[in-house]
Design a protein around this ligand. Structure first.
Ligand code: ADP
Ligand code: MG
Length: 692
């Protein structure tokens, strides 16, 4: 249970004074639902509000603070803004207000008085202007204006003041906490205690204080990394303590399935498989990551491993992150299982009541050797007779705990995790701890590189013309619509609009899938695209992960500039899966930011997932590389792995020492570390400790 001292930090944001439900909703969207989330929302800039000497010296575009005399009010005649003319001995400054209330401005800025104003300066036709000053105070109240003010990242609809107020209020609730860092380490780095570091991180005095290695920020980043590494280590240890079993097959089922494949396994598929075989045959539990770029052929490797379990008279299950994928896997695997003379069932959240019962019963009594499903598989009602292998596909959508849940449904269940995300080394450490890794380094033979083209949106007509020609020649195309900020609804609207538009141009052979479609509707559309009844599949990013239609050779991504590098790589990976030449059109809306330009250039230059992942890490920082919060993978609030790689390595070593010296974390420092785990919401990890 969470210790009492942390209760205030896990209160809802709405309990803060002055935070109503509307602001609370915005803050939650921006940072998260609890006070602690506000603490982790660090400034991205500083504003210097130290007074400047004169109007004449004001710089365009900069924030300035200065004393002026109010000369006259010019209320808006009709549409224009309300202007207040002020001066100092060096010149004139116009204060500009849109939709102003005259009586209010008269009170704040009486003619003939001196006022200190602070805000952004713009020079316009030789005149200095300040629109909507951030501060207007009489000279005697100059202390109300902070000399240096932090600037926080915002979200649409949220203005700086309520955010700053809420963060200040949350900081007041931050308690002194017992130290969890090693004192010598802390001293060597010149770091202060947690609370002081937190306050300092929110009170930067200069741009230098915003750098990742500024002491306050580095300390907080280290805390976050330490919590992560410690939690992973505890989970792994708990895993290792559970005994495994030896599962060996005789190859009989595999041989039959292999004969039905229609292709030979590549050398790296064979290597991965033999590594898995060794693990499964051993008496320790397997914890293996099968990493392979999109299209590298992970599924068939998993199937072979699953057949080993069946050959040994046991069961195997495969967990997929989405309904579409679970169905697709089932479709791929069913004929192969059939060739081997065994059955494989599908279980998703959509199967309720009657339909589920026979499947559950067959799993329970062991008549059903193989199953594929979504998260529905981990529900309590699902019991296995003798589960030997859990395969978790595309698990960057799953968290560590979810990943392990399936393995609790049997004795000594081996775990094989498959990921298409080519994760750079540093990140793999934080996401998977010390899992063994098998890599598929080559693609199946006969693949041609995807021809990637980057073009501005005004060339869409050329693109559709080209599409007409290619479709006439029998091609099939994905058309992915923009990710609209934070709102699935508008993603859907954009996709729907494009769908209607393409239907006008291409007729009925255009389909649409998005996250709001009901399962069976989605399946029906997918099935038609797979069968070739549809030529164009318009989609939101629901197709991002794993969808496999080898006949599709064209990928169009609209607003490609809004997608992350890894995401674009995943999307492009949907084509180039058959023998035919594929094309990927990355359509962008100019102007491109520098990062977006680099992203698109990287994609044009390479298809190597690892190069792309490294570039992504450099361009965006680690949090984003691993996807959004919903992805279930660690998203860093304070650490920036591109900058804090050394701290990560240190945290890893630190954890090893900690658990050697104090395995159950019962010393003073151990108790501090428990607090740390709770602070970073790793409650589940604490449960792995004795007296957790
Ligand atoms: P991913 O690693 O992205 O999950 P898949 O397992 O979906 O890749 O495989 C991609 C495609 O490649 C599938 O159509 C699969 O049948 C095919 N494939 C897999 N292995 C081979 C191979 N050794 N030779 C030829 N095709 C293969
Ligand atoms: Mg796959």
């Amino acid at each position: 249970m969470r210790p009492q001292i942390l209760f205030p930090l896990f209160a809802e944001i709405q309990t803060l004074p002055g935070v109503g439900s509307k602001i609370a909703a915005l803050l939650t969207r921006l940072a998260g639902p609890h006070l602690v989330d506000l603490l982790w929302h660090l400034p991205s800039g500083v504003i210097d509000r130290n007074p400047v000497p004169s109007i004449a010296g004001l710089e365009d575009g900069r924030t300035a603070t200065l004393e002026v005399t109010v000369e006259a009010h010019q209320p808006s005649g009709g549409r224009g803004p309300y202007r207040v003319i002020t001066t100092d001995p060096s010149g004139t400054l116009e204060l500009v207000f849109f939709h102003a209330r005259g009586d209010y401005l008269m009170r704040e800025l009486p003619v003939g008085t001196k006022r200190i104003v602070s805000g952004r300066i713009e020079w316009y036709r030789g005149m200095a202007q300040m629109a909507h000053p951030d501060y207007i105070v009489p000279p005697e109240a100059r202390d109300q204006i902070p000399k240096i003010e932090p600037v926080y990242p915002l979200t649409t609809g949220l203005t700086p003041k309520p955010l700053a107020k809420a963060i200040a209020a949350a900081l007041k609730e931050a308690p002194e906490l017992a130290e969890w860092q090693d004192p010598a380490w802390r001293e060597r780095n010149g770091w202060s205690d947690w609370r002081a570091a937190l306050l300092a991180a929110h009170a930067p005095q200069s741009a230098a204080d915003l750098l990742p290695m500024a002491p306050a920020r580095a300390r907080l980043a280290y805390d976050e990394l330490l919590a992560n590494q410690l939690a992973l280590a505890l989970i792994r240890r708990a895993q290792r303590r559970l005994k495994g079993r030896s599962t060996k097959g005789d190859g009989s089922l595999r041989a039959k399935a292999a004969a039905a494949l229609g292709f030979e396994l590549t050398a790296s598929q064979r290597t991965a498989l033999s590594e898995i075989d060794d693990d499964m045959a051993g008496t320790d539990r397997m914890l293996r990551l099968l990493q392979g770029d999109v299209g590298s052929g992970k599924t068939v490797v998993a199937l072979m491993a699953m057949l080993t379990a069946v050959e040994a008279g046991r069961q195997a299950a495969m967990l997929a992150p989405t309904e579409i994928l679970a169905r697709q896997h089932h479709q791929t695997l069913a004929p192969l299982a059939k060739a081997a003379g065994i059955e494989i069932a599908l279980l998703t959240g959509r199967d309720r009541g009657k339909a589920r019962e026979p499947v559950l019963a067959a799993l329970r009594d062991g008549n059903l050797p193989l199953i594929v499903g979504t998260h529905a598989l981990v529900q309590e009602s699902v019991e296995f007779n003798d589960l030997a292998l859990a395969v978790v596909d595309e698990q960057h959508r799953f968290g560590v705990h979810q990943r392990l849940q399936l393995t609790t449904k049997g004795a000594g269940v081996d775990l094989l995790v498959m990921t298409a995300t080519p994760i750079p080394r540093t990140l793999a450490l934080t996401a998977y701890g010390d899992m063994e890794v098998s890599r598929l380094t080559e693609k199946p033979p006969g693949r041609q590189p995807v021809d990637t083209r980057v073009l501005p949106a005004d060339r869409l007509p050329d693109l559709t013309a080209a599409l007409h020609r290619k479709l006439a020649a029998g091609a099939r195309a994905y058309w992915v619509c923009p990710l609209v900020e934070e709102s699935e609804k508008s993603d859907m609207a954009a996709a729907t609009e494009r769908f209607e538009d393409l239907k006008r141009q291409f007729g009925d052979r255009v389909g649409l899938v998005h996250g709001r479609l009901k399962g069976p509707e989605k399946d029906a559309v997918m099935a038609r695209f797979i069968a070739g009844d549809l030529d164009i599949l318009v989609a939101t990013t629901v197709i991002e992960v794993g969808v496999d239609v080898p006949e599709a050779t064209i990928m169009v991504v609209e607003h490609a500039e809004r997608f992350g590098l890894a995401q674009l790589h995943q999307l492009r990976g949907r084509v180039g899966r058959g023998a035919a030449q594929s094309v990927c059109f990355l359509v962008y809306a100019p102007p491109l930011s520098e990062t977006a330009r680099k992203r698109l250039a990287t994609l044009r230059e390479t298809e190597d997932g690892f190069i792309i992942a490294e570039a992504d890490l450099e361009l965006r920082g680690a949090g984003e590389v691993l996807g959004t919060r919903q992805s279930g993978l660690q998203v860093w609030r304070l650490a920036d792995l591109a900058a804090h790689g050394d701290l990560l390595a240190a945290a890893r070593d630190d954890v090893r020492l900690i658990l050697n010296r104090d395995p159950e974390m019962e010393s003073d420092r151990g108790r501090g570390l428990r607090l740390l785990l709770y602070l970073f919401e790793q409650d589940a990890a604490v449960r792995y400790l004795r007296s957790g």
